[in-house]
Write a new protein. Sequence first.
Length: 161
Amino acid sequence: MLKSIMTAMAVYIFLIASGLAAVAEKTEVTMDAIFVPVGRLALAPPVGVTPKRSAVAFPHSRHFGYTCKTCHHKWDGNSQVQSCTASKCHDQLSVPVKSKKVRANRLEAIRYYKYAFHQQCISCHREIKLQNEKLERSRKKIKEPLQWPGPTSCVDCHPRE
Ligand code: HEC
Ligand code: HEC
Ligand code: HEC
């Protein structure tokens, strides 16, 4: 009995270790040098903002099929990953005032953390959804089940409390 429990545990640990190794390979970092949170991260507004919506339960590791830099686009691949709302990144806490210079305004606008999150999260999910709809409309035979695109509506990300 004890032996079978031990075997089960060993397999479990092995799976964790090989899973992490796969991530390490993809990111080309030594895993003991960086702490990567897995499971669901609660994404809430930064300190100083009164939330209008509930926090988003973001399944971090379910997105690891993408390279880390898809989202952590300023990360050098070695040092600690900065939070999205770190200083000089998406550190603006309120809606930017409209300026006449459209280009400059766009760069400035994405510093507003809400725009940054919505642009990245919703755009990708919406893109997959559009691709799926295109495939469904086409007369091509769809062999594999279409990939679920991830949520695109407000309440799917910010559930009503
Ligand atoms: C794919 C997930 C996703 C979808 C869909 C989404 N949001 Fe968000 N939203 C986020 C994330 C992530 C943040 C940043 C974390 C936070 O502030 O909660 C955010 C932030 C916000 C904020 C600022 C923080 C706050 O609570 O005041 C508001 C307001 C908001 N969203 C409203 C909406 C509305 C309205 C919709 C639908 C039109 C929507 N969101 C759709 C993920 C999403
Ligand atoms: C789909 C987007 C996405 C992908 C892909 C992604 N992450 Fe993240 N990651 C996030 C978000 C969003 C957070 C929360 C950041 C915050 O709170 O500001 C986060 C947080 C982190 C943190 C904690 C940062 C902190 O604030 O302390 C680390 C470390 C991290 N990610 C590493 C990785 C690594 C390594 C990979 C690749 C295997 C990866 N991430 C892939 C979106 C992503
Ligand atoms: C580059 C593409 C991409 C980006 C960027 C991305 N997602 Fe996703 N997301 C996906 C895909 C694909 C799925 C479906 C995954 C699956 O089926 O396991 C998904 C699934 C989800 C789910 C549903 C998971 C569940 O089990 O309920 C949530 C919530 C989610 N994403 C939130 C976010 C948030 C918040 C962000 C921004 C911080 C984000 N995503 C950024 C591609 C993306």
